[in-house]
Design a protein. Structure first.
Length: 487
């Protein structure tokens, strides 16, 4: 049963108007099909629209505009500002037009895979029938509002999850996500991990955590699935340890992963074969944590990709690329790609910053990795050891066989690194029409200077890249998450 109401417009026909009675005078439409992307069942879609034209020299009286499926259609239409499913005697002047808007709310279909819904808007004029096709795929979903996980469990992966408000994992509780699980995050929603999150995806069945908009942002002509800032992010509390993310794709939040100050001697997160991308804030922020990353892509944030203060970190074969789009509405990033520090700031009860506090950076190793931004000045790595206030506080970082955006030289801190060279990724722009239809692609181009500079011994720790391509078969390993492969 739908929530739509049948609206019939009764218009007193003005017999003094010289309407065309010619069956050859037909309507024209700006689109013959209105196709929605996959729609989550029981959720209202954004509105789409099209224009109805009368290209004829006389006015027309459209005797009927109606949804073929009526009230049970799942679609709803609005004709020149009036909502309903059927309209009668709609006038349209000579060489004039009117607007029709469409949205949908589909019922649960009790199917695992998306189900195709078709309907038609039928226009009847002078006994001629013309139609515009309406098409959508309905996908059932588990809908959670302010969900709290209070006992350890493994979620089924037969349907996606639509998250409103927040999803909280209580302290001492483990939530396990199976391969292929999808979370659609509503605006303002976030994930709060006080216990442990285990997300075990697969190369061909990644776990996806993204915004719930499935239409296009028509201001910049790209899918909302590439628009940042659609939901919150994932926050790991002080009490959260032993989290694992493998083949997980997290995208389009206000931030990516945020870690509260913790115990650096306990593993906070191991993230492998995963992508965290496209946020309006910092991508990953951590204080006094222990994090390990392997075969990962961290990309595209308005601020830093990594902002680390104190703790222990190890990133192997990771691609850190901040090509945050220069599309006008989003503001180009002018921040360091990576910042490392041995101090942090305490906050008072009101959230204000207090005096700096020592945060020993016990380890920050980047091995066989790429750190780059097209902003060749402000995008450089920023190393911030405070030798004045904290001269005895450790600041230990090392970059080994990496391509970096940094004014450094190979010394005790940098080993066999390449500085300030463009790695030549396959696609790094959203500023032209072609790029808007092609996702970012941080694989290496055939002409990349990064090719072959990785340490082959370290490459043996991760013998295949994120896409399953061997790094060791030709003894020429590439840094970053993606090994060059001549397809």
């Amino acid at each position: 049963m739908t929530a739509f109401q049948l609206v019939v417009l009764y218009s007193c026909t003005d017999h003094s108007v010289d309407y065309s009675r010619n069956p050859g005078d037909v309507l024209a439409f700006s689109a013959d099909t209105i196709a929605f992307d996959t729609i989550l069942s029981s959720v209202n879609t954004p509105t789409r629209g099209f224009i109805v034209y009368n290209p004829n020299p006389k006015p027309l009286l459209i005797s009927s505009i109606a949804l073929s499926g009526g009230k049970q259609s799942g679609f709803n239409i609005n004709v020149d500002g009036v909502a309903g499913t059927a309209f009668e005697n709609v006038e349209i002047g000579a060489n004039d037009s009117l607007y029709v808007f469409v949205n949908a709310k589909l019922e649960d279909n009790n199917a695992v895979s998306p189900v195709l819904y078709l309907d038609y808007i039928v226009f009847t004029t002078n006994s001629n029938q013309q139609r515009v096709v309406l098409q959508a795929y309905g996908q059932d979903a588990y809908i959670w509002r302010g969900k709290i996980i209070e006992t350890s469990e493994m979620l089924p992966n037969d349907k996606p999850y639509l998250i409103y408000d927040s999803l909280e994992i209580k302290e001492g509780v483990t939530l396990t996500l199976q391969e292929g699980t999808v979370f659609y995050m509503h605006p303002g929603a976030s994930i709060q991990v006080r216990g442990t999150l285990i997300a075990q995806g697969a190369m061909d069945k990644r776990i996806v955590i993204r915004g719930d908009r499935m239409d296009h942002d028509y201001m910049v002509n790209i899918p909302y699935d590439r628009v940042p800032g659609q939901w919150g992010g994932i926050r790991f509390a002080e009490t959260s340890f032993d989290n694992e993310l493998d083949y997980v794709w997290i995208r389009n939040g206000s931030y990516g992963l945020s870690f509260d100050s913790s115990d650096p001697e306990r593993l906070k997160l191991k993230i492998k074969n995963s992508v965290v991308t496209n946020v309006t804030g910092n991508l990953i922020v951590a204080e006094n944590c222990h994090i390990e990353g392997e075969n990962c892509e961290f990309s595209n944030s308005r601020y830093a990709l990594l902002q680390l203060a104190g703790g222990k970190y190890r990133f192997v074969h990771c691609t850190l690329a901040n090509c945050y789009p220069s599309v006008k509405q989003w503001q180009y990033s002018v921040n360091p790609t990576v910042t490392l520090s041995n101090k942090t700031y305490a906050t008072d009860a009101a959230g204000g910053l207090q005096a700096p506090v020592a945060a020993p950076l016990l380890q920050a190793d980047f091995m066989n990795s790429i750190i780059w931004s097209p902003n060749l000045q402000s995008g450089k790595i920023q190393l911030q050891p405070d030798t004045d206030d904290f001269p005895d506080t450790p600041f230990n970082c090392h970059f080994h066989h990496c391509l970096l955006l940094h004014d450094g030289i190979n010394d005790d801190r940098f080993t066999a690194c390449v500085f300030n060279e463009n790695p030549l990724f396959v696609n790094t722009s959203l500023t032209d029409d072609e790029a808007r239809s092609i996702p970012y692609d941080f694989r290496l181009d055939s002409m990349s200077l990064a090719r072959g500079i990785a340490d082959p011994l370290i490459a043996q720790e991760l013998p295949v890249d994120m896409n399953g391509i061997s790094r060791i078969q030709d003894e020429s390993a590439d840094p970053g998450a993606y090994q060059y492969h001549n397809e």
